[in-house]
Design a protein around this ligand. Structure first.
Ligand code: HEC
Length: 456
């Protein structure tokens, strides 16, 4: 009898709490008041429509009430699980510009709105959707460089990774402050990492020789560069400015505040996309992307780049060899040889990546957090720019840790059953692995810690 009572008691508590939450007039009122017009549209416009609009990378538009309401439950799911918006970096660890993360409150607002049948509310209160330009986000360019030929994308529903050379000849040497990439096919271009190659006038007769486009998954980097005829006429390599232009949906250029960054732009040169990643397409199509070049003054403080791990200055420990059916963690480290002001970082792994952590330990033992990615997603390879430069004192040790999941539980594992995977001396092939940490920095100057790197 006693037991029975206890259970009824418990049951009553549960029931009454359910009744309470349903019957509580205040709560109901609050949920009812959540409407698309006043609460949901602003969240979607701020966090989603830069990718979910006609012509952009998202698989559908989320501009109108109809677009959003018919996918209400799916939106609730992708926001609750934080699958969308895609922002792999953990914002409880460090902050970056353009950070796109929903607050717990915003997620809850979406949840309540869906639970209440996704009402539109007073449609006159829907804010104006944000304006997007298809051309330049930076204004009128001084020069536009087109790709030499349209890139052909087969309708085979597979990712495509290409290395592309975009050569040019101009009337004189000058300086550039930014190169902006404008995707021709924004639905498919998923990411791009581009370097700038500067040819000395006499060292390369014909900048246009060689192929323009090579499939990076089919050749070693050396073979790729040979086919693209990247070298000078005497076989030596020209000077390369790494990461001169990067692109991810929503992030199309790097422009630091006045005086920082920029480089010399020679009469002869090329943009080397190493590489460009197209998402799967069901139909045969093409891409005619182009580059907007913005001239500037001679840079006062050119940025420097340091690359740890694969093809970089520091070894991976142990060597990057991931046995099948295992999860394995690797690290790489380097010592800061001067006081550094870190501007931008880029963690890089491929399909087996699982999580990533980078930080520095100062000579006095303090830790400086850099980035934590709890759930690696190879599709979202952001270059993360800090809101203010992060100062790393000379003698600090910079560490990057990468964990790889080579089990069948990893949905991106390209092999069934899992196979041993390694970095095969810097192969760019997606099915080989890479473990890199790329740092863009300046030699420290007093006051750097106060520079606001948010450009907008
Ligand atoms: C940076 C670009 C970007 C942003 C920002 C973004 N999405 Fe997406 N979204 C995508 C892409 C690309 C896909 C296709 C799946 C993939 O590649 O991961 C997608 C897929 C989806 C899907 C379909 C998921 C499925 O499994 O079918 C939904 C729903 C969605 N997004 C909702 C949102 C919402 C809601 C927001 C804002 C809170 C948002 N997205 C922000 C790019 C974006």
């Amino acid at each position: 009898m006693k037991r029975y009572n206890k259970y009824t008691f418990l049951l009553q508590i549960i029931l009454s709490s359910i009744l309470f939450s349903c019957g509580n007039p205040e709560k109901k009122e609050e949920t009812k008041n959540i409407t698309y017009s006043e609460h949901i549209a602003p969240i979607i416009y701020q966090h989603c429509t830069n990718c979910h609009r006609p012509g952009a990378v998202g698989p559908f538009s989320l501009i109108s009430y109809k677009d959003v309401s018919k996918r209400a439950k799916l939106i609730r799911f992708v926001t609750e699980t934080r699958f969308m918006p895609p922002w792999p970096a953990d914002n409880t660890y460090t902050h970056f510009i353009d950070e796109n993360v929903l607050s717990a409150e915003e997620i809850n607002t979406i949840k309540k709105w869906v639970a209440n049948g996704s009402p539109i509310g007073d449609s006159t209160k829907i804010p104006a959707p944000p304006l997007f330009t298809d051309g330049s986000l930076l204004g009128k360019p001084d020069l536009v460089i087109q790709m030499r030929e349209a890139i052909k994308i087969k309708g085979n529903n597979k990712d495509l990774f290409l290395t592309v050379k975009v050569p040019y000849e101009f009337s004189k040497d000058t300086f550039v402050k930014a190169i902006e990439y404008v995707p021709g096919n924004a639905k498919l271009v998923h990411h791009l990492n581009g370097h700038y190659i500067k040819y000395e006038f006499d060292k390369k007769k014909n900048v246009y020789e060689g192929l323009n486009i090579v499939n990076s998954d089919e050749f070693t980097p050396m073979e790729v560069f040979k086919q693209l005829s990247v070298t000078n006429d005497d076989g030596t390599f020209p000077v390369l400015t790494p990461s001169a232009v990067n692109y991810l949906p929503g992030v199309s250029y790097t422009l630091y505040p006045q005086g920082i960054g920029g480089f010399k732009f020679n009469r002869k040169g090329a943009i080397l996309l190493n590489n460009i990643h197209y998402g799967p397409s069901r139909i045969d199509t093409t891409d005619n992307s182009y580059f907007n070049i913005f001239f500037g003054n001679k840079p006062e403080r050119p940025t420097m780049e340091m690359q740890l791990g694969t093809l970089g200055i520091s070894q991976i420990i142990p060597p990057l060899l991931i046995p099948p059916n295992e999860e394995k963690t690797f690290y790489t480290q380097t010592k800061a040889l001067m006081d550094m002001s870190i501007l931008t970082i880029n963690p890089h792994m491929h399909l087996l990546g699982k999580s990533y952590l980078a930080f520095a330990i100062k000579p006095d033992g303090d830790t400086i957090p850099l980035i934590r990615i709890k759930k690696w997603d190879f599709r979202w390879q952001y270059f993360y720019t800090f809101t203010k430069p992060v100062i790393i004192p000379q003698g600090s040790i910079i560490y990057a840790y990468g964990t790889f999941d080579n089990t069948k539980n990893n949905p991106f594992n390209p092999f069934t059953p899992p196979q041993q995977v390694s970095d095969r001396s810097g192969s760019m092939k997606t099915t080989d692995e890479m473990f890199q940490f790329i740092i863009t920095y300046l030699p420290y100057k007093a006051g750097d810690e106060n520079i606001d790197l948010r450009r907008k």
